[in-house]
Design a protein around this ligand. Sequence first.
Ligand SMILES: [Zn+2]
Length: 363
Amino acid sequence: MKLNFISKLINYGLWQGASSLYIELSSEGLEVDYHEVNADDLLLPQRASNKFITELNSLTNAQKLESGANISFKLQTPINTRNVYLTSVAGENHKYLLQVIEPESTAWKLSNLGMDSNILRNIKQHLKTEKTKGLITISSKNKDDKEKTLSAFIHELNKLNIDILSIGKLDKNIIYLDENQNWLKNIDEHDLISLLNKHSENVVITNSENENIIKALIKYSLNSDKLIILSINSESSHDAYSKLQEKINDKGLSKNINFILHQESFKHLCPHCLDKAEHSSYEKKSLDDLSSHYNLGDIKNNSYTSSGCDKCNYKSYNGNVLAFEVLSFKYPHLNTASIIDDAYKKQNLGIISANDLLRISNI
Ligand SMILES: [Zn+2]
């Protein structure tokens, strides 16, 4: 049965900004108390109580919920589908608390990229405490992965209340210099820099890899008090550094880079159908070679695979996870071992497969 009546009561609250409410079945009728001072509370006639009880009974199989018991159900709002938790707070009074749970945020955050906790802590600390100016470079072979990480940086800077100017469209909450980069593509370096100087935001971020824009921004980062965050298409953090150097030959560059964050994307093994992997003798040999080449631990005996299940639609993986390496000449405490090391840790935990580890190792 559809929860028409209960949905209406909740949606009326949401419309007024209240995402939780009490419902009480009293002798006077059905009292609805929204948790938002400005929302209108309701006192509905007795027949409303009957409607409520009928719909509630269709959710539970019992006639009455024990005090403290709760159930959840889905609610269609004009915007999306939400989960509602209903708790019986006083069984004998027929009083219920209904809470609408926010849908899980889909925004990329530094904490959901799959970053090792040390890297995560260092980067967050760096953004928070340094008088951050100069350059941060996000390096990857994959454009979507770079944008994910750029969005995560925006999210982190927003939390710190730092104003951001974007070149190109990245996130709806920041100010764009040129949303589609149409006229900026051919802009002269000096014109771009004088344009940036007119803006007061402390951070300039871009997903553009346009040669003109990148060159101008690197130069700008050398002589301004702003933090510039850009991305570059490269194979490793050292490769990214060489590419930055090729674009602008300046001795000050290494001291101007806060850090280069290089990342590589892997298929995330489905945890619901995960099992120990059996390798052929040929594979075992390759895995041993990989282990000794990079001085890693035992790979072949700590190897996992997923066989496919209904949770992963029989794909055997569940989205992607990133592995990282950080290179910094200016802040040595930010440096990490090579990306293989980070990927190996993930492989050993059953997050990625040994074959995918081999794929990026180039041996
Ligand atoms: Zn699965």
